[in-house]
Design a protein around this ligand. Sequence first.
Ligand code: NAD
Ligand code: LMR
Length: 342
Amino acid sequence: AASIDAARPAKNVEGTPRPGQARASSYKVAILGAAGGIGQPLSLLIKMSPLVSHLNLYDIANVKGIVADLSHCNTPAQVSGFTGPDELAASLKDVDLVVIPAGVPRKPGMTRDDLFNINANIVKTLVEAVAANAPNAMINIISNPVNSTVPIAAEVLKAKGVYDPRKLFGVTTLDVVRANTFVAEKKNLRLIDVDVPVIGGHAGITILPLLSKARPSVEFSQEEIEKLTVRIQNAGTEVVEAKAGAGSATLSMAYAAARFAESCMRALDGDPDVFECTFVASEVTELPFFASRVKLGKKGVEAFINDDLQGLTEYEQKALEALKAELQGSIEKGVNFVHKQA
Ligand code: NAD
Ligand code: LMR
């Protein structure tokens, strides 16, 4: 599978097509949690996409100012605002892609799982609305803990009879973005050339960068591998600690989520060359959900790139086995949460 630079827009911001590409802006996107630390810069980045015709911003906080502000950018997307539960259904009408960054972020000393009690309910409520109003949309879940919120979303969609596992994605792109950045820095490579698959989940040891599969092929000492792996796994915490109580990664997350959303739209648009790592329903391992590299197509996940999991190093294989129990527990916690409430 070819690696991609998914962040590269099909046209530049002013709308001039790149050579060989002349796509119409035709996708309708909703962002749920658009007033937040991730939501605002993500809204800006998606407003810049030439593939977007309509951008619906929803939050329980007022989004009027954000809409007024963004609507002055001379890019094609028409921006509309929706505030509070009474306007949630309207924000989802006819959308192709729903991106969900709603929920509370970590403070120093917390794990992502500490967010479960608040964010599980938020994701459940929002996905119920997606099921009722945009049952065919692709759904990108950012809200943590992703290892549980994606299974929650799946159970909600199943209960409503509209679950399409190919269209539900946990956004783990930030792990790939970080791995690419740290490897390029360490090895003095051009950033644009580096692509590291990151598999597993999105919390602590469940984040497993496959440095042996990095492109271009790079030689690492065992010490370098261990240090880089731990840094990638703890990069979220690095930001949480640096922000010292003011939240977690927002700008790099918005960048990563915009890349993933753009990849979804390119896939919808028929681009035959869209590959991303993402946390999805999976048979790649014995776990029901797993992050790995997939090929995206018009209907969502089109194929799993199983090659990534072949020929792992002993270190990677051990780390893969070690992450399974935690990931399984987080998945079950999400599933049980929905069933207990049913
Ligand atoms: P934030 O507090 O700045 O923003 C959250 C937004 O969600 C707020 O505007 C809030 O009003 C809104 N919100 C809360 N409840 C809502 C509801 N029921 N409906 C709609 N909107 C609602 O937080 P943030 O920094 O933007 O982070 C958001 C989430 O993303 C957190 O859970 C965080 O852990 C997660 N996150 C995930 C990744 C990842 O890699 N997947 C990376 C960074 C952050
Ligand atoms: C991240 O990886 O930055 C996010 O999951 C936010 C966090 O809590 O670390």
